[in-house]
Design a protein around this ligand. Structure first.
Ligand code: PLP
Length: 406
């Protein structure tokens, strides 16, 4: 059965991006590949919001990029402060501990973003500057929570420790200003908002972070960023590059540029709002809290009496809609629906209809049609404003996104 892919990465990629993967391979040490790498850097710069950072592309998934960032920026014995909001924030802590760093964790309450006051307090209390580094998550995919990265940046800057941001599922989804905000290393990946296949991690690294990387005593080989920079400066990647994924990423970034960041930010925010409205109409409690909602993934509690695994399996096998379940301690408790990738409003409405039918099958009392109507009301801008969309109506937005196969 044809599947509508609504997991929060990897995502549905456009036909043009898929077709790019079919091109004959080229020499990854030759001039054509260097041109492609330079084009990718140029298109990534505004997405990261940086002119000062050097960008390094790695043949890895997002976790590889994060491991490289942490291992290279710090040394065994360093103390870090992490502010996890879910499973991926915890993963960064696990990576750092594996490399012999000591990590203090400021855990956000489930469904909430980092509390800026608590974060500031922790850093203010560190009068001896024990913290060499700070680990933050832009968008926590396991809980559907998004941080206000501008606000957290000001607090982190006042302390002065080196900051690493996991923006794997956030990069390209909201305005990000690495230089202005003063973040040191920001990590992204090809298979999320950028809507290319998995296989390329990207790190934007500030001049200050490069000094720390040169001084780091952590043993490293495959993910040695000093070596990666030598190659990056020649428009290459260290080791054998994932050439086909790079072809696809090049086209995906061209499409990103063509649609334009503001339109993409609005599209994701509108999809997320429509899905939240539909979930509310279905009687599903949205897991993320107001003010902390992610635009790339919507999370909702599984109703009592519904078997999460069965619900997701049924949706996939009988209705052709693939959603994700919860991770770690949220396994079996929530479902997650992504907004990223080459999906249309029609696809969103179809998926919502499928969820409604599946819930009815479990005997959940659902007002038939209410969820679709709620989502449609958001798309048609019939009620309420779209978060992050102060100016344009959804109708205008539709006019903008028409022609981008959405
Ligand atoms: N961090 C976040 C916020 C993520 O969403 C993900 C993947 O979903 C990762 C890290 C790990 O990335 P990958 O699965 O590409 O290794």
């Amino acid at each position: 059965m044809r599947q509508l892919l609504f997991i929060p990465g990897p995502v549905t990629v456009s036909e043009r991006v898929l077709a790019a993967m079919n091109r004959p391979l080229i020499d990854h040490r030759g001039p054509k590949f260097s041109e492609l790498v330079e084009r990718i850097y140029a298109r990534l710069r505004p997405i990261f919001g940086t002119q000062e950072a050097e960008i390094v592309l790695l043949g890895a998934s997002g976790t590889g990029g994060l491991e490289a960032a942490i291992a290279n920026a710090f040394s065994p014995g360093d103390t870090l402060l992490a502010a996890p909001m879910g499973a991926f924030g915890e993963r960064m802590i696990a990576i750092a501990r594996k490399y012999g760093m000591t990590v203090d964790a400021l855990e956000a309450r489930p469904g909430f973003a980092v509390d800026p006051r608590e974060f500031a307090q922790r850093l203010n209390d560190d009068t001896e500057h024990r913290y060499r580094g700070i680990l933050l998550t832009h968008n926590e995919t396991s809980t559907g929570v998004q941080s206000d990265m501008g606000e957290l940046a000001a607090i982190a800057q006042a302390h002065g420790a080196l900051t690493i941001v996991d923006s794997v599922s956030g990069l390209g989804a909201t305005d990000f200003r690495m230089d202005e905000w003063g973040y040191d290393i920001v990590a992204g990946a090809s298979q999320k908002v950028l809507a290319a296949p998995p296989g390329v991690a990207m790190l934007a690294i500030s001049p200050r972070a490069w000094n720390a990387i040169e001084a780091s005593k952590t043993p490293r080989f495959y993910f040695d960023l000093v070596k990666a920079r030598e190659f990056a400066r020649q428009g290459q990647m260290p080791w054998t590059s994932p050439v086909s994924t790079m072809f696809a990423l090049d086209v995906a970034l061209e499409q990103y540029e063509h649609e334009g960041a503001p339109a993409i930010h609005r599209r994701l925010a509108t999809y997320a709002e429509a899905i939240r409205a539909a979930f509310a109409a279905l009687g599903l409690e949205v897991f993320s809290q107001p003010g902390a909602h992610s635009v790339t993934v919507v999370t909702a509690k599984i109703p009592d009496g519904v078997d999460a695994a069965g619900l997701l399996r049924g949706l996939q096998e009988e209705r052709g809609v693939t959603l994700a379940g919860g991770q770690l301690d949220l396994k079996g408790k929530i479902l997650r629906m992504g907004t990223m990738g080459d999906i249309s409003q029609t696809d969103v409405l179809a998926a919502i209809g499928a969820i409604e039918i599946a819930l009815l099958g479990y005997g959940v009392p659902v007002r038939v049609g209410a969820a679709g109507k709620a989502a449609l009301s958001v798309f048609l801008n019939l009620g309420g404003a779209t978060p992050g969309d102060g100016q344009k109506s959804s109708a205008q937005m539709d006019a903008q996104t028409t022609g981008t196969s959405r």
